[in-house]
Design a protein around this ligand. Sequence first.
Ligand SMILES: [Zn+2]
Length: 133
Amino acid sequence: MPLALKARPLPLRHPEDVEHLAGAARGELRIPHCRLCDSTFWPAGPVCPLDRSRDLDWVTDPGTGTVTSWVRFHKPYYADDTVPYVVVQVRLASGPRLTTSWAGGEIPVCGERVEVRFRALGDGATVAEFGPC
Ligand SMILES: [Zn+2]
């Protein structure tokens, strides 16, 4: 007997993600920035992945980049998943890579230029996703 699928949970609000999620709710792509080496990085964390500095702040990224990889899921993991759906890896023009939902209607192409969009999920949660420019 197949198990019933649960509803997709809203994004968890870990302390490291609060600024990113709050920015998404305002329509801004907020990512961490290291003041020591002047790099931006993702995922967010308590230290810079390049030099382990804790001297961090947040910047608003323009939210443009290119598709570096993608995958199409054919299996629903949550009750409200519409399959197939596409998840992409995007390299931001500023450097970091994000794994995120695809907001384009067509299949992505590696190297394709993309830009951020924001999708409200309910309960005040908004997520960043990417689609063609
Ligand atoms: Zn650094």
